[in-house]
Design a protein around this ligand. Structure first.
Ligand SMILES: Cc1cc2nc3c(=O)[nH]c(=O)nc-3n(C[C@H](O)[C@H](O)[C@H](O)COP(=O)(O)OP(=O)(O)OC[C@H]3O[C@@H](n4cnc5c(N)ncnc54)[C@H](O)[C@@H]3O)c2cc1C
Length: 299
């Protein structure tokens, strides 16, 4: 299996800035991420050093070139989940395979999609979950549903099959974006994909059923939210990282509460600006460098 010193999730300003530092320090660095939202035809007027403005696209391309110049590898590949092994290494599951990393820098920005279910929050912890590896165990042989339209949802549903045979996916009326490979895997595992919208949830103390917008009801014990792509928040659930609303907690050195996992940029939620993401990326990199060098000294 591929093993790297530092795996950075996100190719935005925070991830690229971090990679410049970690690769310059000689660490084997891999960035997994595709073009961030800001890498379009937007004028960036407030980033230091560009009095004539620069487009987001150009800024990201320059950052990418700079990180690659120092040896960082960059791949447009979606991360589905991250777990820490008993030996301390992080196993990163992507749409294409698995990679081991000594340290992780989360730089995924914020992209949590609201599912649009009226009373969803009333059932959080009472049937509604955001993490299969945390809560799947509680739904052994029960009826569960995963909410989502992409490979993140497909992967969560496949993981749930380890706990129960009764797994379905509901796309919440969104266009299905999962690849043919994942569609095939769902078919083989007998996981149906329902293209409907859940309007609200019902149940006395715990979730008992979902009510679709056409009025139809379906008995469900557990609803796992996995819309869009996996975010830092989803990785935080599985790794046990402290969260603050939709953001994850990091200290002044960009360390999370899990040794070896660092976070930078919009996913930390301080001031959602490029300059801040770049600065936090640099700090996260310094912390990751110290962490990996410490591991190497002790091994
Ligand atoms: C249209 C627009 C215009 C803006 N204009 C300005 C401006 O003028 N000035 C300014 O300072 N700020 C501006 N901002 C804000 C700025 O873009 C953000 O603060 C900054 O990009 C945050 O950087 P980041 O690296 O934290 O996250 P992002 O730039 O959001 O990058 C996130 C990265 O994570 C990747 N990712 C997410 N999930 C996964 C996953 N599961 N697997 C793999 N990769 C993943 C994405 O593909 C992406 O590469 C603008 C934002 C937008 C959207």
């Amino acid at each position: 299996m591929e093993i790297v010193d530092v795996l950075i999730v996100g190719k935005g300003p925070a991830g690229l800035s971090a990679a410049i530092y970690t690769s310059r320090a000689g660490l084997n660095t891999l960035i997994l991420g595709c073009a961030p939202k800001v890498a379009g035809d937007y004028d960036i007027d407030n980033y230091f050093g560009f009095p004539e403005t620069i487009s987001g696209k150009e800024l990201i391309e320059l950052g990418q070139k700079q990180a690659q110049k120092f040896g960082a590898k960059i791949r447009c590949e979606k991360v589905l989940s991250i777990y820490q092994q008993e030996d301390g290494l992080f196993k990163v599951k992507t749409e294409k395979g698995e990679i081991l990393a000594k340290a992780i820098i989360l730089a995924t920005g914020v992209s949590r999609i609201k599912p649009g279910i009226k009373n969803l929050s009333d059932y959080e912890g009472k049937g509604v979950s955001y993490c299969v590896s945390c809560d799947g165990f509680f739904y052994r042989n029960k009826k569960v549903m995963v909410l989502g339209e992409g490979i993140f949802a497909a992967n969560q549903a496949i993981e749930l099959k380890e706990y129960t045979p009764h797994v379905k996916i509901c796309t919440q009326n969104k266009k299905i974006t999962m690849t043919e490979e994942f569609k095939e895997r769902l078919k083989k595992l007998d996981i149906p994909v329902i293209e409907k919208k859940i309007d609200y949830l019902e149940g006395k103390d715990f979730l008992e059923r979902v009510v679709y917008s056409d009025g139809e009801k379906e008995e469900v014990d557990g609803l796992f939210v996995a819309m869009g792509e996996a975010s830092s928040l989803d990785f935080a659930y599985t790794l046990g990282i402290t969260r603050r609303g939709v953001f994850i907690e990091a200290d002044a050195e960009q360390k999370t509460n899990v040794p070896g996992v660092f976070a930078a940029g919009d996913c930390v939620g301080r001031f959602l600006q490029i300059s801040v993401a770049v600065g936090e990326g640099a700090i996260a990199a310094r912390s990751a460098i110290n962490y990996v060098k410490g591991l190497d000294r002790n091994s």
